[in-house]
Design a protein around this ligand. Structure first.
Ligand SMILES: Nc1ncnc2c1ncn2[C@@H]1O[C@H](COP(=O)(O)OP(=O)(O)OP(=O)(O)O)[C@@H](O)[C@H]1O
Ligand SMILES: [Mg+2]
Length: 502
C-alpha cells in the first residue's frame, strides 16, 4: 500500500471515508483514543459480518497477552498481513488477529476480531487494510505524544524537586519555563512569567549574551541583584547553562538566593571589624601599661638619685658628688622618653636601633640603679662579669630595660626569702654573649617556664604581667633568645643570649 493521506482516501470514494474523517477529527481534538478509534472499529465490523473488533496496542502501558503479539509477529513474517487464528478452547468464541504496522515495519499493535467459530472468516480487503493503517498511525502518534508528555512530566518533576529557582530562557531572553521555587523567590506567579523577559526578574543582567558567555566559561556564579514583584531587591548567585531543548537553544538559569550568605558575610565583616577594634584597643592598653611599667623603674631611680643629691648637699657633701647624682637622675628621666618611642617601635615589630655598646658597662649601670631598693631589702647583688666580654651591637636603652626587668623580678622573688642573693653574670660565647640573672627566691612556679613570657601572665599580687613579655620582645628584636630555668640554689635563673652582631 502506498503513502496514505486523508484526501487520497476521500478521492477513492470508499464508503468508510466519513468514518475515517470523523475519527481523525476526534483524534486531532485530543480526545480519548478509544473514542477516536470507535468509528473505525465500527467500519471494520461492518466489513466483517459476525465479528466484533477491538484493538490491542503494544505501546500501551498494560500490554496484551504475549500470545497475541507472537501470533501477529509470526503472521507478519509471512509477507502479506492477514488475520491469524488465536488459540481458543472448545466452545469458546473464535479469535483472529491481524498486525498493525507503521511505516518502518514496526509492529505497534493488533486488530483482534472475536466471533462465532461458525461465522464466515473475515477478509482482509484493501479497505480493511487502509483502515488498519489509519489505526496504526493513530496508535503510533498517541504513543509518541504519551512519551513526550511523560518526558515533560519527568522534567517538571525534576524542576520542582530542585530547591533553587530555575528559569528556562530562550535566545531572545524570554522565559519559557520556571519552577515553583521562582514563584516563592520572586513572589510572581509562574504563569505570569511565561513569555516575560528575564530582565524583569534580574534587572542588572541586560542581555542573555552575558549569560551565554558565562555558560561557556563553565557556568561560574554571577552575582546579581534580583527584583521581587513589589520592587524589593535581594542578592542572588546565577549559574547559566546553554542547552538544546526540542531543537531550540535555551539557557537554564539557576538562581540562588544569597540573602543569607550576604547577611552572614556582613555579620562576619562586622565581627572582624569589632575584633580588630578590640585588638587595637587591647594593643593600645598593653602599650600604655608597658610604658607605665618600663618607665616606672628609671623614674623611681631618678627620684632616688635626686634624693641622694639633696642628702649630699644637706650634709655638706662635695658639690661634684651631688652633680654626678643629678646627672644620673637627668639621664634616667630622658631615658623614659626614649623608652616610650622604642616601645612603640617594638609593638610594630620594627627592628631595634642598634649601635656598638659595652654590655658590661650598660648592665652594671642598670644594676646600680637598683642599689637603693636592694639595700632596703638587705639583698646583695653580685656581679660576675666576663672581663673579655666583646662589645655588642644593641640598643642601649633596651638592654637596660632587659636587665632592669630581670633584676626587678629577682628582687621581688627574694623579698620573702631569708637568704637574699642575686647574681648577674655575663659571659662571652663566640658569636653571642650570655647574660644570666639568678636569685635565691622560690623559683619559677611549676610548669610556667614558658607561660610567664606572655603578656598579663602574673603570679604576683601587684604584678601586671608585662616585664617578661616586653623583655622577650626586645630580645627577639635583637635576634637573641631568653629562657627561664632553675638556679643552683633552687631559685630562678634567666639566661639571655644576644648576638654580638658585627
Ligand atoms: N625571678 C623570678 N622568680 C620567680 N618567679 C618569677 C621570677 N621572674 C618572673 N617570675 C614569674 O613570672 C611572672 C611574670 O613576670 P613578669 O615580670 O612578666 O610580670 P610580673 O613581675 O608578674 O609583673 P610586672 O608586669 O609588674 O613585671 C611573675 O609573676 C612570676 O610568677
Ligand atoms: Mg616583673
Amino acid at each position: 500500500m502506498g503513502a496514505w493521506s486523508l484526501a487520497a482516501l476521500k478521492e477513492s470514494g470508499a464508503n468508510w471515508t466519513d468514518a475515517a474523517e470523523q475519527a481523525l477529527t476526534a483524534f486531532a481534538g485530543d480526545c480519548d483514543l478509544d473514542a477516536a478509534l470507535a468509528p473505525l472499529l465500527l467500519v471494520i465490523e461492518s466489513l466483517s459480518p459476525g465479528w466484533t473488533a477491538r484493538i490491542e496496542s503494544f505501546a500501551a502501558p498494560s500490554k496484551p497477552s504475549k500470545t497475541i503479539e507472537t501470533t501477529v509477529q509470526a503472521q507478519m513474517k509471512q509477507g502479506r498481513p492477514d488475520f491469524a487464528a488465536l488459540p481458543a478452547r472448545d466452545g469458546e468464541a473464535a479469535r483472529l488477529a491481524a498486525p498493525l504496522i507503521v511505516s518502518d515495519s514496526r509492529l505497534i499493535g493488533a486488530v483482534v476480531l472475536t466471533g462465532s467459530p461458525h461465522a464466515d472468516p473475515p477478509r482482509l480487503t484493501d479497505d480493511v487494510l487502509a483502515l488498519m493503517r489509519i489505526i496504526a498511525l493513530m496508535l503510533d502518534d498517541r504513543a509518541a505524544q504519551d512519551r513526550q508528555r511523560a518526558r515533560a512530566d519527568e522534567l517538571t518533576a525534576i524542576l520542582e524537586t530542585i530547591p533553587d529557582a530555575v528559569l528556562v530562557v530562550g535566545g531572545d531572553g524570554r522565559i519559557t519555563r520556571a519552577n515553583l521555587a521562582v514563584e516563592r523567590l520572586f513572589g510572581r506567579s509562574v504563569r505570569d512569567l511565561a513569555g516575560a523577559h528575564f530582565s524583569t526578574l534580574l534587572p542588572g543582567i541586560a542581555s542573555v549574551r552575558v549569560l551565554q558567555d558565562d555558560s561557556e566559561n563553565g557556568g561560574r556564579d554571577v552575582v546579581a541583584t534580583a527584583q521581587t514583584a513589589d520592587g524589593g531587591a535581594f542578592p542572588v548567585g546565577l549559574r547559566a547553562h546553554g542547552v538544546t531543548l526540542g531543537g531550540h537553544s535555551r539557557f537554564v538559569i539557576v538562581v540562588r538566593d544569597q540573602t543569607k550568605q550576604a547577611s552572614e558575610r556582613a555579620r562576619i565583616e562586622a565581627l572582624r571589624a569589632a575584633l580588630e577594634d578590640a585588638s587595637r584597643l587591647s594593643a593600645l592598653g598593653e602599650m600604655a601599661a608597658s610604658i607605665a611599667h618600663e618607665t616606672n623603674q628609671p623614674l623611681t631611680a631618678a627620684g632616688n638619685y635626686v634624693d641622694a643629691a639633696i642628702a649630699t648637699l644637706n650634709g655638706g657633701g662635695a658639690p661634684d658628688q651631688a652633680r654626678a647624682l643629678l646627672t644620673s637622675a637627668r639621664r634616667m628621666i630622658s631615658d623614659c622618653g626614649a623608652i616610650m618611642v622604642k616601645l612603640n617601635r617594638l609593638v610594630r615589630h620594627e627592628t631595634a636601633e642598634k649601635a656598638p655598646i659595652e654590655a658590661n658597662a650598660v648592665i652594671s649601670e642598670t644594676v646600680d640603679s637598683f642599689k637603693a631598693i636592694a639595700d632596703g631589702l638587705g639583698c646583695a647583688i653580685e656581679r660576675r662579669f666576663d672581663p673579655d666580654l666583646p662589645s655588642i651591637k644593641a640598643d642601649r636603652i633596651q638592654l637596660q630595660q632587659v636587665v632592669s626587668n630581670l633584676v626587678r623580678n629577682a628582687l621581688e622573688a627574694v623579698r620573702t626569702s631569708d637568704d637574699k642573693r642575686i647574681t648577674v653574670t655575663t659571659q662571652a660565647a663566640g658569636d653571642h654573649i650570655r647574660l644570666i640573672v639568678s636569685d635565691s627566691g622560690p623559683g619559677i612556679p611549676e610548669g610556667q617556664a614558658e607561660d610567664i613570657f606572655q603578656s598579663f601572665v602574673t603570679h604576683r599580687r601587684n604584678g601586671a604581667g608585662l616585664g617578661l613579655s616586653v623583655t622577650r620582645r626586645i630580645i627577639d628584636a635583637h635576634g637573641g633568645a631568653i629562657e627561664a630555668g632553675r638556679s643552683d640554689g633552687g631559685g630562678a635563673r634567666f639566661l639571655v643570649r644576644l648576638p654580638v652582631g658585627r
